[in-house]
Design a protein around this ligand. Structure first.
Ligand code: UD1
Ligand code: CA
Length: 484
């Protein structure tokens, strides 16, 4: 029979999350690059349930649109103004109609549970045939959690909330994780009986456990294998703790998959990022969102990659990059800033104090030092001299700079867009390139140098510069040229 029992998952996400003291609803705060409720949706989806219902109320539009973005097939149910987790489950059940299978209730603020733990809970529930099976955890500090009160024979009797607990009850270290499986009919009838005679004046879901016992239904508990995964996020201290636990898990997963991570404590990898074997991640590095890193690449130290694609054997050092593609064997950094739309080709280079945006830098091309490259297309095997600036903005609109293949430019050039530099062209130092440069031409825009002799002694007499110049002139006139 157990194989044919249908499963519905109810995710509770209607609470305000007052203790976060935030404009953002609690369940939309993120750890590991994903909102709390997103982690719970992923874990639930792993069970392949017949239906998933998410209960919303506080900021319901924000929460429901985020949920539907992540999981378009879930059903959103609105809680009314009767407060409490029991009421939330009641409105979800109403949405499920005459559903008679198992109902797995999850809290959207308990983000770290793994699908395997829920699958074990479900299996235990089905094997034991209890009306309800809850997930428990033994924790060092149970403050804030509901405590599991067991009878003399060790069976689960009821759950008492922190605010309603006697001193003796509060000393119990076995807590309610906020995750339970119920037989739908038993849940439905007993939710009807839940009152609000408690410290918070709410309809507690947890009261269903005691009520089931009162009517001689059996209640079982399964202990979570890893108590740290039971963490509930109610404030920002717990939010960072959840983030740290999740990150440690993610880093370990990549290490076991062949990634060298020198310092897990200062390496942050979102659950949405992907790293190949033989990638090396150096300390203080953030690999975020949909970033992918190919084999052999070395990232860090002090690097942040957001939605980037890094090719094989590339090196990215002390760099901040977003929505950029870094080619195979390319080198980036130290101190580079890659803004969205940067494409760096194979064996290309973006070097020290270089900012790029919306630009393609072709295979083997280099922008090594002190440059701003925006709205630019650079061909292959180009070298831009130190201090290249693309003036892409004329105060009204942005224009493109197009640089062909095999171009070498002098130091400290300004390319005033729109402008094209033909294949194989060169530019002189300090050039301000306002007109197109034909292929193979040398562009010079700086006037020939003119020295006005004696200018300092005439115009700055009495200064130390003038005195130094006078001494040098005297020495020269005496036939002892002091210049090297
Ligand atoms: C709840 C449990 C507690 C358990 C803890 C585990 C109850 C009464 N208490 O306490 O035993 O140890 O979780 O983390 O259930 N929610 C709604 N509608 C509401 C109120 C809450 O959907 O009216 C949602 C919240 O958005 C949240 C979840 O239910 O995702 C839990 O609510 P919260 O207020 O955080 O309960 P806790 O005090 O943590
Ligand atoms: Ca909570």
């Amino acid at each position: 029979m157990s194989e044919t029992t249908e499963l519905a998952v109810v995710i509770l996400a209607a609470g305000q999350g007052t203790r976060m003291r935030s404009r953002l609803p609690k369940v939309l705060h993120a750890v590991g690059g994903q909102p709390l409720v997103g982690h719970v949706l992923d874990t639930a989806a792993g069970l392949d349930p017949a239906r998933i219902v998410v209960v919303v109320r506080h900021e319901r539009d924000l929460v429901s649109s985020a949920v539907l973005d992540m999981a378009p097939d879930v059903r959103i149910v609105d809680q009314d103004d009767i407060p409490g987790t029991g009421r939330a489950v009641q409105v979800a059940l109403a949405e499920l109609g005459d559903f008679a299978g198992d109902v797995l209730v999850l809290s959207a603020d308990v983000p770290l549970l793994e699908t395997a733990t829920l699958a074990d809970l479900l299996a235990a529930h089905r094997a034991g045939g209890a009306a309800a099976t809850l997930l428990s955890a033994r924790v060092a500090d149970p403050t804030g959690y509901g405590r599991i009160i067991r009878a003399g024979d060790g069976s689960v009797q009821r759950i008492v909330e922190q605010k309603d607990a006697s001193a003796e009850e509060a000393s119990v270290t076995e807590i309610n994780v906020g995750v339970y499986v119920f037989q739908a009919p038993a849940l439905r009838t007993h939710l009807e009986l839940v009152g609000t005679a408690n410290a918070q004046g709410e309809r507690y879901l947890t009261d269903v456990i005691g009520l089931l016992r009162d009517s001689r239904e059996s209640v079982a508990a399964t202990e979570a294998p890893d108590a740290s995964a039971a963490l509930g996020v109610n404030d920002r201290v717990q939010l960072s703790e959840a983030g740290r636990i999740l990150n440690a898990r993610t880093v370990r997963r990549w290490q076991l998959a062949g990634v060298t991570v020198l310092d897990p404590a200062t390496t942050w990898i979102d659950v949405t990022a992907t790293l190949a074997p033989d990638v090396t991640v150096l300390p203080n590095t953030h690999i975020l969102r949909a970033t992918t890193v190919a084999t052999g690449a070395v990232i860090g130290p002090d690097t942040s990659l957001v939605d980037c694609e890094v090719g094989e054997d590339a090196t990215v050092t002390r760099t901040d990059a977003t929505l950029s593609v870094i080619g195979a064997q390319a080198t980036v950094g130290p101190f580079s800033y890659l803004r969205p739309g940067t494409y760096l080709g194979t064996r290309g280079k973006i070097g020290t104090f270089v900012e790029t945006k919306n630009s393609t830098i072709g295979d083997g091309s280099k922008v090594p030092h002190l440059s701003y490259i925006g709205d630019t297309t650079i061909g292959e095997r180009v070298n831009l001299g130190a201090g290249a600036i693309t003036a892409n903005y004329d105060d009204l609109v942005k224009h493109r700079t197009e640089i062909g293949d095999e171009v070498h430019t002098g130091s400290h050039n300004v390319f005033v867009a729109p402008v094209r530099i033909g294949d194989g062209a060169k530019t002189g130092a300090g050039a301000v390139v306002r007109k197109d440069v034909p292929p193979g031409a040398l562009a010079l825009s700086v006037a020939p140098q003119r020295n006005i002799d004696g200018w300092v002694e005439t115009n700055r007499s009495g200064t130390r510069a003038a005195e130094a110049a006078a001494r040098a002139r005297a020495a020269q006139e005496a036939g002892h040229g002091s210049q090297e």
